[in-house]
Write a protein that binds this ligand. Structure first.
Ligand SMILES: Cc1cc2nc3c(=O)[nH]c(=O)nc-3n(C[C@H](O)[C@H](O)[C@H](O)COP(=O)(O)O)c2cc1C
Length: 438
């Protein structure tokens, strides 16, 4: 038997137009109605997944690329995933639900109160994917946005002050004794007076304390400052790295070092690698798909350019595809990680843009580790191998549409269960308890 791992789903396009651009749009499931997501959330729970993370960007990005973002719904519109969470909690009993939140968008007191409410209503199943993107800063204030590291400093102050509010009720403050008629001892509450660099407010919080711990914190940042944030604050790190042994072990070592530096134990943070496999029914079908992607046509390359333009807030379609990419086209706010993902292992000074883009259209096989197309058995082999290197878990990445979810999971779940990698039962106590169960 292999060691068990945690599984999650990363709803990559956020709470947006699911199915757009895919034939399964004609299932007529509406992205603006909760039934679409509730159905898939039930399936994830039946599959024994720990959590569902919902990507978000509160903005349509810079004025130059708004059209590129919305034309094929790559980057919007999007509704607020925090408000989708209660509908998903209502449809499930065990699954953790993790909306993405940006500290720029929520004052700490409001955030502490809303998150506490959802944590209680859900049976302690709330998680928060705390992101530090500053591209949407202008919607929340007219002041210039903080720097990359400044945004992490703000996120850390935000979270620390939210935790102080959650802890403003010590264990003995809530009495709830019907005989004496005393509900709570107000003299026990900590006043909480926060005066920080980014926020200033007074407490205490008027929400109840938690019985099974605070909402779980998830973080996706991969820079040095991002890893430091994860080490100090996170229960789950959403990891992106090449999936060879050296890269996986090195990524894990960095997170563990940051965790120990922050005075916590390495096992306090579960590191989950985000993977988007294409699961097919036979090795022959996988070979066919890979071969068909070898020579992408102009239309396929343009589609990739549009998608990256949306992610990078820079119109790549306006550049000459036969010249190398000048990195000066990217403004300071563009994520270095996203630029690195576009360039890959190429030498950016000499490689034509068309070559960079075409590389993203080409698929590879799971079986020889050149890509992510393969059978469920081949994908399970990869996950098992990750487990041998100490990996804690895997986040599958895609739309939250029944077609995507079933294509990915129908064969995979029984295989992973038979190998002892995927849980068959949840423990009680909510998301945090399930994350710490192994
Ligand atoms: C896998 C992954 C998922 C992310 N999801 C989001 C998201 O949903 N919303 C968002 O605003 N930023 C998201 N980010 C961006 C991060 O919050 C962060 O701003 C970015 O990675 C830059 O930080 P870094 O330099 O520490 O990596 C994501 C990043 C990664 C790697």
């Amino acid at each position: 038997m292999s060691r068990p791992q945690h599984f999650g789903w990363f709803l990559a396009r956020g709470f947006g137009p699911h199915g757009w651009g895919h034939p399964y749009l004609d299932w007529n499931l509406r992205w603006t109605e909760p039934a679409l997501y509730q159905d898939s959330a039930r399936t994830l729970e039946q599959a024994g997944f720990d959590l569902l993370i919902i990507e978000d960007a509160p903005s349509l990005g810079s004025a130059d690329t708004i059209d590129l973002r919305v034309r094929h719904a790559f980057g919007g519109p999007k509704h607020d995933p925090l408000l989708l969470a209660p509908y998903l909690f209502a449809a499930t009993t065990r699954l953790g639900v993790v909306p993405t939140v940006n500290p720029a968008a929520y004052l700490p007191y409001t955030a502490a109160r809303q998150f506490a409410t959802l944590q209680h209503l859900s049976g302690h199943r709330l998680g928060l994917n705390v992101v530090t993107d500053t591209g949407s800063a202008r919607h929340f204030a007219t002041a210039p946005p903080p720097s990359h590291d400044g945004a992490y400093d703000r996120a850390e102050e935000w979270l620390t002050s939210i935790r102080a509010l959650w802890n403003s009720w010590p264990d003995d403050a809530l009495i709830a004794d019907p005989v004496s008629g005393v509900y709570a001892d107000g003299t026990r509450l900590a006043p909480v007076q926060h005066r920080g660099e980014y926020f200033g407010f007074d407490g205490p919080l008027n929400a109840l304390p938690f019985t099974d711990g605070e909402p779980a914190i998830v973080s996706p940042g991969g820079s040095g400052r991002g890893l430091g944030f994860a080490g100090a604050n996170s229960d789950v790190q959403l990891a992106l790295a090449p999936l060879d042994e050296a890269s996986v072990r090195s990524y894990r070592a960095k997170i563990h070092a940051a965790t120990v530096d922050a005075g916590r134990a390495p096992e306090d943070v579960k590191i989950m690698f985000a993977i988007q496999p294409v699961i097919v029914s036979s090795p022959e079908e996988a070979d066919r798909l890979v071969a068909a992607s070898r020579h992408p046509d102009d239309g396929a390359v343009r589609r990739i350019a549009e998608k990256h333009s949306s992610d990078l807030e820079t119109d790549l379609t306006a550049l000459d595809p036969d010249r190398p990419l000048d990195l000066a086209v990217f403004g300071g706010h563009v994520s270095q990680g996203s630029i690195k993902r576009l360039v890959g292992a190429h030498d950016v000074r000499t490689t034509p843009l068309r070559t960079l883009l075409a590389a993203h259209a080409r698929l590879g096989r799971i079986s020889d580790r050149t890509g992510f197309v393969g059978t469920a058995d081949e994908f399970a082999d990869l996950i098992e191998e990750l487990g041998e290197w100490g990996n804690d878990g895997v986040l599958l990445w895609g739309d939250l549409h029944p077609v995507t979810v079933h294509r990915m999971l129908d064969e995979l779940v029984p295989i992973l269960r038979r190998r002892g990698i995927l849980r068959s039962e949840y423990v009680s106590g909510g998301l945090r308890a399930n994350l710490q169960a192994f």
